[in-house]
Design a protein around this ligand. Structure first.
Ligand code: 5CU
Length: 365
């Protein structure tokens, strides 16, 4: 039995609010929702690699994706006291520029209102109108002050279209730092489909989800580090999905490649002011515990410290395949990893299970 007795906070848990579902149903290219005759059941197709003629085309989509009472029921079943909900991928990345401001305002208001239906149990990460451009984004960040349940923002890896090492993003990172809004960084695009080879369709969603997602996150953060974001916006706080992808495991290699790079040396980028990846991991980065194994979680804990780890579930993704079971194996595996890596009924486990999130995200009303 892996049931914790301490407070449990799920910081990696998604929703598609009803208005977003309506938008997806009106579309025919990814992201979209539709049925594929002869079946009449609706499928959610979001990933670039999954929009192919096969049984891996999308996933079944039901009320667990949009009905907030289903989130609460899931929390009760899995002993989760508080959830910090976020819009799931691909957020508003695809919204036409002229509509981005209004759509973001509506979605963020809607998510804030959903939290208000269960005061104290739900908080949220907001979504930015990235396609709207810098001024629209800055205006939405400013407006978020008025939404009482918002505790940060969820961000994909494309930024304004050129990745997160784009200097145009610096004023946005600065505004997020100034407003004390941590960035929950989450993957969506994976790697180019060509890397999965000719038989990719035979393997369902395994390659893009197990490898594409974590590598996308690792690459995005490494580019931020290389471009000096964490020196220029030194208080920026990032929470990385899936325990940082492969960042904790690869940090040593990344750091070694940096200090041995002749080009960086010639460009004067290896000065004493440079923050090492280890300093960034311990000062700017939090890692969720959505890694499904004690080994991965131990690497995350060693990289960032046990006071920077936060439990998550990825609900409503990864449901049991064989119909409803009371508890989801995907959730239990993450509980077991925390217990294995940090024990139970002690301060370290309590931190990872919930207290770190309460402290960092100010989860009180
Ligand atoms: O199963 C999936 O495709 C996903 C996804 O798209 N996003 C996510 O957060 N987890 C799983």
């Amino acid at each position: 039995e892996t049931r914790p007795t301490s407070l449990v906070v799920d910081i990696h848990t998604h929703v598609y609010p009803p208005s977003y579902i309506a938008l997806l149903k009106s579309r025919s290219s990814i992201p979209y929702i539709r049925s594929f005759p002869p079946s009449s059941s609706l499928r959610l197709v979001i990933l670039p690699a999954e929009d192919t003629e096969s049984t891996s085309r999308g996933r079944p989509v039901g009320p667990e994706y949009y009905d907030i009472t289903r989130k609460i029921a899931f929390m009760d079943t899995h002993s989760i006291d508080i959830s910090v909900i976020s819009l799931a991928n691909p957020w508003l990345d695809w919204v036409p520029a002229g509509e981005a401001a209004k759509v973001a305002e509506n979605i963020n208001n809607e998510i804030n209102e959903e939290c208000g239906k269960f005061p104290g149990r739900l908080f949220a990460f907001a979504t930015l109108p990235l396609s709207g451009g810098k001024n629209v984004i800055l205006k939405e960040i400013e407006r978020l002050k008025g939404l009482i349940y918002i505790r940060g923002i969820i961000l994909g890896t494309t930024g304004l279209g050129k990745g997160l090492d784009d200097p145009e993003l610096l004023p946005i990172f600065q505004a997020l730092q100034d407003e004390k809004l941590p960035v929950f960084l989450h993957p969506h695009y994976g790697l180019p489909s060509s890397v999965w080879g000719e038989r990719a369709n035979d393997y369902g969603h395994v390659l893009p989800l197990a490898l594409g997602f974590p590598l996308e996150t690792t690459i995005a953060v490494t580019r931020m580090i290389l471009s000096g974001v964490f020196e220029k916006v030194s208080g920026l706080q990032m929470i990385l999905a899936h325990s940082g992808g492969t960042l904790p495991f690869l940090a040593g290699r990344i750091e070694s490649c940096i200090v041995h790079d002749a080009h960086l040396m010639t460009e004067g980028k290896l000065t004493k002011d440079r923050k090492t990846i280890w300093e960034i991991l311990k000062n700017n980065i939090y890692l969720d515990a959505v890694v499904y194994s004690e080994i991965g979680l131990k690497a995350a804990i060693q990289a960032s410290g046990e006071d920077r780890i936060m439990f998550g579930t990825d609900h409503p993704f990864f449901p049991p395949l064989e119909g409803e079971t009371e508890k989801w194996a995907s959730v239990e595996t993450n509980y077991e990893a925390i217990q294995g890596a940090l024990g139970s009924h002690n301060d370290k486990a309590s931190g990872a299970l919930g207290e770190n999130a309460v402290r960092v995200l100010h989860l009180t009303i």
